[in-house]
Design a protein around this ligand. Sequence first.
Ligand SMILES: O=c1[nH]c(=O)c2[nH]c(=O)[nH]c2[nH]1
Length: 280
Amino acid sequence: MSIKLALNSYGKNAVNLSKIIRHADYHEFRQITVNISLEGDFTTAYTEGDNTKILATDTQKNTIYALAKEHFTSSIEAFGIYLSDHFIANNPQVTKVTIDITEHGYTRMAFDGSLHPHAYIGNGPDKNTALIVQDKGNITVRSGVKDLLILKTTDSGFENFIRDEFTSLKETADRILATQCEASWLYTSNGQDFTACAAAVRNTLLKTFAFHNSLSVQQTLYAMGEAVLQEHSMIKEISLQMPNKHHIPFNLEQFGLFNKNDIFIATDEPYGLIQGTITR
Ligand SMILES: O=c1[nH]c(=O)c2[nH]c(=O)[nH]c2[nH]1
């Protein structure tokens, strides 16, 4: 029996970088986390300890900071593409680069209708993401959003599901629907205004969630993906992950009180996880 190395990759995770762009009358602030991973001709590094083709992960990290000085000026997607081009162009032993960027958004504070020149407030839990994969001359860009915490207090039910000997869940036509949505989408081409596109997709996701009369998380997930494909012709496919953040009616009868569907126990675990990809 011969034993050999199969799939392998290496790189640096959690490269946390922030940047100030100083304009004459205000400062721009950006903060990102970059994960980089390389694949290629690295077998002997694993099997023989031969590091001659290894671009140290420390060097990868340094390269990200150094290139950010001149080249992180617009979208996280554009910076990711620049980084992946750099690693491919300078390392013939590398056949595939994956750059995964999460932006921690900040917005300038506003007082009396005017923006403060250099004070920012964090945007909240949701973050924009970009995943760039460059492989044999092919580059794919996925933009996304994660930790989008959304909730509605009605217009959601869950009925007509299987009842077997282990079913205890009650049917409901009126429940809280809450999720921490993660979405990522693929473009038909890479010449987009990525930042504007991400903002527009986020808005479509929120609007569809809010106005949808939900029979299940599954149905709402599909409706959200379908609306993104209908409203944004530059997107060819979207994947959504929607954990069901359960709010379960609390038993008040034990205290002689009636729960008018208004007191719940919010549970973190276990949670339902609903996932789907919607494509053209
Ligand atoms: O929208 C839902 N989908 C399910 O598949 C499911 N399962 C469950 O227990 N509650 C829910 N809710």
